[in-house]
Design a binder for this molecule. Structure first.
Ligand code: ZN
Length: 320
């Protein structure tokens, strides 16, 4: 499901190479690049140390110039392979990780350089625009969902790019999904129901039953005690955002009885391989609005205003 906004893409290209940063061997043109929340945070200065100057764009679908393969490059773009986390297959926590569109140049460019280890085959069922949100919104959501273990009643707080993908995976796995949006967002709530949520309402509303797990995608710290309050004994509340406003203090009884509160950082390569294999089986349908590259700022404004349904994608390279 792709909806174009204001015409198709420009004539830029982006590129992908191999190996360590600066040692790119191949060039790759970028076909689409997601305009997700991480980019917003970089622009807003909420992350501490972005590389400057920086080419933004952290979820990239492109073509390897050398051999024409279509690959996706996610947010986690390079790891050292040597630290204690990498050795434990937790490369998402690598001590020297480098991130696409943050401290590695991203996809809003003609060519970009990517590490072969972090270039993943994109399922052929998806167009470039449809595939871009799988690589960030989908992957971080998938990793968060794995931490929900076998929870049957799953709450999703914030119904944007990640949740619209994960509700479909969760339904496929036989879970019951409850979606929380901004209070009064009836469009978002009906979108959630269309995608399989059995209940959708404002984050200020009370559920008729408890949750076995909750995933918080919205960067709003006040949702943490709200989700804990909705959680059953032993339930896990997963914070899936890279940034969140301060969490207000809350009584210990909300955490008591073995409730678990945790965050999720980045992705591992096995997350990417599993999720990109699973997505076409569900099948996950991504809803994207495409913007031409020169309207990157309009895309960000629409995301901020909450009027993008699903994910925003910049069509970077309709190569001439
Ligand atoms: Zn490492």
């Amino acid at each position: 499901m792709t909806r174009a906004r204001n015409g198709s893409g420009g004539s830029a290209q982006a590129a992908c190479g191999h190996g360590r940063p600066g040692a790119g061997a191949g060039r790759r043109r970028t076909l689409a690049s997601g305009a997700g929340l991480r980019r917003l945070h970089i622009v807003d200065g909420e992350l501490a140390h972005p590389k400057l100057p920086l080419v933004l764009g952290h979820q990239i679908v492109g073509e390897v110039v050398a051999d024409g393969r279509r690959v996706g490059v996610p947010w986690l773009g390079w790891t050292d392979g040597e630290c204690r986390y990498c050795r434990a297959d937790l490369e998402n926590l690598c001590e020297h990780a480098r991130f696409t569109g943050y401290d590695r140049d991203g996809g809003y460019a003609e060519y970009t350089v990517a590490d072969e280890r972090y270039c993943f085959v994109v399922p052929e069922e998806y167009s470039d625009d449809e595939a871009a949100p799988l690589l960030c919104a989908g992957l971080i959501g998938y990793r968060a969902l794995r931490f929900a273990a076998d929870a049957e009643r799953l709450g999703l707080y914030g119904f944007g790019a990640s949740a619209h993908i994960i509700v479909q995976v969760a339904r496929h796995e036989g879970r019951r999904v409850f979606a929380f949006t901004r209070p009064g967002d009836s469009d978002g709530q009906s979108f959630a129901r269309q995608l399989g949520a059995e209940w959708a309402g404002g984050s200020d509303e009370l559920l008729p039953e408890e949750l076995d797990a909750a995933i918080i995608f919205a960067p709003a710290g006040e949702l943490v005690p709200a989700a804990l309050r909705a959680a059953a004994k032993g339930a896990t509340v997963v914070c899936a955002g890279i940034h969140m406003s301060d969490i207000p203090s809350f009584p210990y009884e909300l955490l008591w009885e073995e409730r678990v509160l945790r965050s999720v950082a980045n992705l591992t390569r096995s997350d990417a391989e599993e999720f990109l294999a699973l997505a076409p089986q569900v099948p996950v349908r991504t809803e994207v609005e495409t913007f031409p590259l020169e309207q990157a700022n309009e895309a960000l404004s629409s995301l901020r205003a909450g009027d993008v349904r699903g994910a925003a994608v910049l069509a970077v390279a309709r190569v001439v």
